[in-house]
Write a protein that binds this ligand. Structure first.
Ligand code: GLA
Length: 375
């Protein structure tokens, strides 16, 4: 009887111990797992910023130590009319980051897209002169960066200025000012907050043409003594694009310049891209076709496995170059909130992020945490 009783208590103790171990494991977040490797960031949507997604914000606090706003710091939101700045949402975003001692990224100061119409036009609707656009650029950058001086740690100063083939994007900034607008933007940002880090950010950074031009751009800034801290590789990936080789080649090319490399908007769509030409240009749209939306009722095991494997391979490359990569940010928390559900075809069901529609971590997240737990 006594023996039986002690066996029961030993068993009970073992069960409690193993529950505690699981608890400890569950309490470790991605940010703890990746400590010493890189910062791990997430793009927050307005619902999360407004504290209307408690499950989401709790997960963000647990797993991430860097945040960026998905939309509320773009110029159309911050300065909807000339001289009328609106920091309502972005103030809440920055406050959230400060409350949780996070690295805070400002995204984005100068971008041709999601910019208000007035920015490039005069009262008659004609393109503004070079001087006026420079002045508007200066005023937008200075007011925004000064508003968050010492609070936002790094800025995506210029977003998406180069085409896949390495030519300059014919944006209003380029057409009206010429390519010097980039140097000016970085200078204005540095003057407004000399301690803030400054980044150039773009998609398809694995394209040879874009890679070469971005390398030259960074060299030009460095030669002129203009601060640039990092190159942001957006990393909106598909199951076939980019190749691992091209990804690694770009990391190496940017790192060789002495700047940091960041994955700034990582996601991996499991859906087919309608055309061969892969882009993250948000202006691209294709008509809905059911063939293009194969996983409405859930992702099949084979696709889920392929997703985890592909993401793991990209991350392994990042680990290999971790001395040069300072941050990996995913573009959204859960699959249900990803822009990929509507891009480039509206109304699809995609699975591109680290947490599923029920906020459950994907296999890759659990693996990273398990690996860290064993350290
Ligand atoms: C680009 C921009 C981001 C965001 C994504 C799509 O990559 O840099 O701000 O708009 O597109 O959501």
């Amino acid at each position: 009887m006594i023996i039986k009783k002690s066996i029961v208590s030993i068993l009970t103790l073992l069960i409690i111990a193993s529950c505690n171990a699981t608890k400890v494991k569950q309490e470790i977040g991605l940010k703890d797992a990746l400590k010493g490797d890189f910062l791990i960031g997430v793009a927050m949507n307005n619902k999360q910023i407004l504290q209307n997604d408690k499950v989401g914000t709790d997960l963000i606090i647990k797993h991430f130590n860097s945040i960026v706003a998905d939309n509320c710091m773009k110029s159309e939101v911050i300065q909807p009319a000339e001289g009328k700045f609106d920091f309502t949402l972005s103030d809440q975003f920055v406050k959230f980051g400060e409350q949780h001692k996070m690295n805070i990224i400002g995204h984005t100061l100068i971008w041709h897209s999601q910019a208000p119409d007035w920015f490039f036009k005069d009262n008659n609707g004609n393109p503004v002169s070079r001087d006026v656009l420079i002045e508007r650029m200066k005023s937008h950058i200075t007011t925004t960066v000064k508003h968050y001086k010492g609070r936002v740690h790094g800025w995506d100063v210029v977003n998406e200025a180069i085409n896949d083939n390495g030519t300059w994007r014919e944006s209003p900034f380029y057409k009206i000012i010429g390519k010097d607008y980039i140097k000016m933007a970085f200078k204005f940002a540095h003057e407004a907050d000399p301690n803030a880090q400054l980044y150039y950010n773009d998609y398809n950074m694995e394209e040879a043409g874009r890679r070469a031009t971005v390398v030259q751009l960074v060299k030009d800034l460095q030669q002129d003594g203009i601060r640039i801290d990092a190159v942001g590789m957006q990393s909106h990936f598909t199951m076939d694009y980019p190749t691992y080789e091209a990804f690694e080649k770009s990391i190496e090319a940017f790192a060789a310049l002495g700047v940091k490399v960041m994955l700034t908007e990582l996601d991996l769509t499991v859906l087919p891209f309608p055309k061969n030409e892969i882009t993250a240009d948000i202006a691209t749209t294709y008509k809905y076709d059911p063939v293009m939306n194969p996983y409405i009722n859930g992702i099949p095991d084979s696709a889920y496995l392929a997703f985890n494997n592909r993401l793991k391979t990209f991350l392994d490359i990042c680990f290999k170059h971790k001395n040069h990569i300072s941050r990996i940010t995913v573009w959204g928390l859960s699959d249900k909130d990803s822009w990929k559900n509507d891009f480039p075809v509206k109304g699809r069901t995609d699975y591109p992020l680290l947490f599923d529609r029920n906020y459950q971590p994907k296999h890759i997240v659990n693996e990273l945490i398990k690996k860290a737990d064993k350290k």
